[in-house]
Design a protein around this ligand. Structure first.
Ligand code: ADP
Length: 406
């Protein structure tokens, strides 16, 4: 019998969804996916894709509905109509739950939760920690509940996986009173991705899940690392916000904490100006004007020194977190590359792992530059196994949604 979970990711002006059948957990099937966009703006529309056929070679049919979507409730109504009109095929079954991605669960949630009034209140209480994301998630959850009464809603948090970090990892060295009052601590993000790819790696390599030491490198537009000991996050590179840690597409990652104050005092910038600078005009984009590694690699290969410096700063930061996680874990059984850069950029993987044989890390040149899917890219005898594992946050949200419902 089908085990259908509809995974929902609500943004401020969008709702992304996937209908996933987990009846066979080893072979999940995505029956439909879609995007309602420009909600509350001119030009709103819904793109709905439906799987045709059950086999692995199945294709998807795409239907676009143009129409006014003034709010998330209208978005959900349109999604319901799309499912009614264009499927998926009628014998797929009934949705057993909605699984909502929520960015910030603060210190409230170390696991997914079935939505009730207290859960909604706790998500609202975390709005100051994620002012752009959590209100949009709440709007999506409330709309999903109203549109589908009787179907349980589960929330899966980006932060939850990292709630196992020890105090020494999540505490910032500032006045404890100020920190407590303002909930300032490291929370970490990308938790569903780190949880998913570390588990896939442990399964694939046949490691003991209770003791495996895995370092996950989620390198996408946003990027973070995680040290996973026995299936639990013990440290991560992002912080109280997703601005900390690695150099990202447009985000600075770690900088001297005195820089924002300096800019406000001397460069006539407001706190919001500094926020915008560090979030949108920094990282790779700030360094060389581009944030897509494909373009940056091509420019560097043509001798562009700004592009080369951007790559060097990027790789150096990943290496320093890699080394710090190896110290925290007392070594590593596996290192996992994932997300857009981690899955696709063999040159960046090689740069990150360069000259680390003394740490037990040695890539196999051929394995690193060929192959697809879940794969080992380190040398056969290297003490640390380096892998590529394509991430699938929707699948992980679906899986966690079902697990919390028992
Ligand atoms: P997001 O954080 O938006 O989910 P992704 O994980 O999709 O990001 O990663 C997007 C980034 O991955 C792109 O900006 C680009 O830098 C990088 N990327 C994607 N494909 C490739 C590729 N073939 N080679 C190098 N980099 C790539």
């Amino acid at each position: 019998m089908a085990q259908l979970v509809e995974v929902i990711n609500s943004g401020s002006s969008s709702i992304k969804y996937q209908l996933i059948d987990l009846a066979d957990p080893k072979a999940p099937v995505v029956w439909a996916s879609g995007l309602a966009e420009a909600i509350g703006e001119p030009g709103s529309r819904l793109t709905h894709r439906t799987r045709i056929g059950r086999g692995p070679e199945a294709e998807f049919a795409e239907t676009v509905y143009d129409g006014d979507l003034p709010d998330h409730a209208a978005g959900f109504a349109a999604i319901t109509v799309a499912f009614d009109l264009t499927g998926p095929i009628s014998d797929v079954g009934e949705v057993v739950a909605f699984g909502h991605r929520v960015v910030h669960g603060g210190s409230y949630f170390a696991a997914p939760a079935v939505v009730d009034d207290a859960v909604l209140e706790a998500i609202a209480d975390c709005i100051p920690l994620a002012p752009l994301h959590n209100p949009a998630h709440l709007a999506g959850i409330v709309a999903a509940m109203a549109a589908n009464p009787g179907v349980p809603n589960v929330v899966v948090f980006d932060t939850a996986f990292h709630q196992t970090m020890p105090p020494a990892a999540y505490t910032y060295a500032i006045d404890t009173e100020v920190a407590r009052e303002n909930r300032i601590r490291k929370y970490g993000f990308h938790g569903t991705s780190h949880a998913y790819v570390s588990r896939v790696a442990v399964d694939h390599l046949g490691l003991d899940p209770a003791t495996a030491r895995v370092i996950t490198l989620h390198l996408g537009n946003g990027a973070s690392t995680c040290a996973v000991a026995g299936g639990r996050s013990i440290d991560t590179s992002m912080g109280m916000t997703p601005l900390a840690g690695l150099v990202m597409g447009t985000r600075s990652g770690d900088i001297d904490p005195a820089i924002p104050g300096h800019l406000q005092r001397t460069a006539d910038m407001t706190a919001d100006d500094v926020d915008a600078l560090l979030n949108k005009r920094s990282g790779l984009k700030g360094l060389c004007g581009a944030n897509d590694l494909r373009e940056i690699q091509a420019r560097a290969a043509d001798g562009d020194t700004d592009a080369q410096l951007a790559l060097d700063v990027y790789a150096r930061r990943v290496r320093s977190y890699l080394a710090s996680h190896m110290v925290e874990l007392g070594g590593a059984d596996a290192i996992v590359f994932t997300a857009g850069v981690g899955e696709n950029d063999a040159r960046m993987r090689a740069q990150i792992c360069q000259d680390l044989a003394w740490l037990g890390i040695a890539l196999d040149r051929e394995a690193n530059t060929t192959g697809a899917g879940v794969r080992v890219i380190s040398q056969y005898r290297a003490p640390v196994t380096v892998m590529v594992v394509p991430t699938d946050e929707e699948l992980e949200i679906a899986r966690q949604t079902l697990s919390v419902l028992g």
